[in-house]
Write a protein that binds this ligand. Sequence first.
Ligand code: F6P
Length: 322
Amino acid sequence: MKKKIGILTSGGDAPGMNAAIRAAVRTGIFMGAEVYGIKSGYEGLIDGNIEPMTASSVSDILHRGGTILRTARSERFMTSEGRQKAAEVLRERGIEDLVIIGGDGSLNGGMKLSELGINVMGIPGTIDNDMAYTERTIGFDTAVNTALSAISNVRDTSSSHERTTIIEVMGRNCGDIAVWAGTTSGAESILIPEVPVDIENVCRKVTQGRKRGKLHNIIVKAEGVRLDSGVLAKHIMERTGMETKIVVLGHVQRGGSPTAVDRMLASSTAFKAVELIADGSERNQAVGMVKGEIVSIPLEKALKAKKTMDMRCVKMAEILSI
Ligand code: F6P
């Protein structure tokens, strides 16, 4: 009997998800399986919103942001009844293997489905780069490049007007986007959830920069930092006298054509996930990148790992921006 593989994307979308869908579908078909697309994540799974996919149903999507399967954050799947229903739908359709592309929450959901007998392969899809078991997540590189381009534009106008600008980037609990975009754009201060904010140091850098002729001051702040940008801006203006603007990049970072790095990570993790399904010897794995290699780790172990910030990088950015 032919294997039936289901694919779904879940949680916040990330550029490169389509590249992963394409790779999973085509690898599955190449291996002789039937492949099914599950629409709108776990929501669509519970509702049985499932369609067969062919090699041509994933044509012309490699370069597109978002996810053609659509995505959702499903409340119903949080309940045990919802998950039972989801597993039942899969059993009825004869789908025993599932490729889930999403962040920590989505893979945790996958873990729960695996406890109901489904073989789950997790692929790291989130712009936040907040999954500890893998060096990179799909979408991070594109999001950083989008943020970098926006910060460079803001820097031009900040210099012309001799202003300070606080640029808020995404990253709910993780400062990776802020650290990468801040370091590569030459930001004077980078504020992340992993390090307590030192407002006096931020103001000192504004004053110090002005003294040595800097025309602008760029502060990149991750959204997860528990300090309101308005409060920070007011404080800087009062302490330094420098006009301070706020730019929130928001969902701009979630869209756009994926970079080559994201397309490659997406293609190779999805390829590996379907290879593992075809092989059958290792069940319930998370696929990711460790020391530049595409690897698989038991889902349970992968989800227990705790993400840490690379403090050397944080320190480097601080020194390079004096
Ligand atoms: O997890 C990715 C992410 O973009 C976070 O950086 C952000 O906090 C969150 O999703 C926003 O979610 P939503 O699109 O549901 O508002």
